[in-house]
Design a binder for this molecule. Sequence first.
Ligand code: FAD
Length: 317
Amino acid sequence: MKITDKFKPGKTLFAFELLPPLKGDNIDTIFDTIGRLAPYNPSYINVTYHREEVKLIERPDGLLERRVVRKRPGTVGIAAAITARYGIDVAPHLICGGFSKFDIEDALIDLSFLGIDNVLALRGDNIRGERTFRPAPGGHPHACDLVSQIMNMNRGEYLDSELEHAKPTSFCIGVAGYPEKHAEAPNLAADIAHLKTKIDAGASYVVTQMFFDNAKYFAYVDACRAAGITVPIVAGLKPFTTKTQLSLLPQTFGVELPDDLVRAVENCKDNAAVREVGIEWAIRQGRELIAAGVPALHFYTMGKADNVERIAKELFG
Ligand code: FAD
């Protein structure tokens, strides 16, 4: 079922995001997370996509070999396994980074074969250590281009000319939005204008980057509405878990931490106490967002679900 068909005015859905296991681990961690969170009736589950890393490995003969490796492969298979096992709808992420347009067409054909109706279309992160995003040869530079390609397929227009008789796909497309602006955007207005380009290209809902101050989300929604963006804007929440996140999250995601949260985390004697603060903070954020009727809360689980389980019990139990 399409995610946009699940949104109902005044009702807030529960959704969460999973990372594929590290290569070499097995899928049990994913099933364990879902098992813990399934009692709270998640409306859908997102599965992230991780781009490749390029490594130079010294061979026994002294020559350097260039290897392209993916630390967390398996997004498409995991998404399919979740639906098959739990009957819960999934929204696998699809990224531009590392993919040519033809690779993307193939990935979307796989998703379509598997009966997956939803996809979160993203540009993807930069290659580790690179400051600017470099599309793959024959790939897309921006998420809006990926949205356009998916919409072309939804109209039955494939890149591969031999597919002219293929049936149209019918993907519901979500995209990312940044209440505190994307790190590379010169300002929030420019970033929102780019978000509008993604919506105009065919995306039908937005999922926000994590935020810790609800006022930022509400102001963002207002600014999006003023810019003519009318689609549902799902709120992304990440429960705080460690002291190092005090510097890590602002650096990595460009988010500001409210003073009260910083003080509460600083006063914790260990990370077990930080986890408690994170749970309480997310519950408070969630209550206010639900009271405001946001379409869904999207929890970034980062692989461990005990905290999201407690939050979900409080908000959706
Ligand atoms: P875009 O929409 O392309 O925007 C990137 C930057 O370019 C922005 O600064 C924007 O303002 C600008 N821009 C956009 N369009 C144009 C244009 N036409 N012309 C000029 N400038 C433009 N990353 C992963 O690798 N895998 C994941 O699974 C993943 N999941 C995510 C889920 C969510 C909910 C969010 C919020 C982020 C996720 N990310 C993921 C991170 C994301 O890939 C990065 O934040 C990335 O840097 C930007 O992706 P985007 O889709 O927002 O890109």
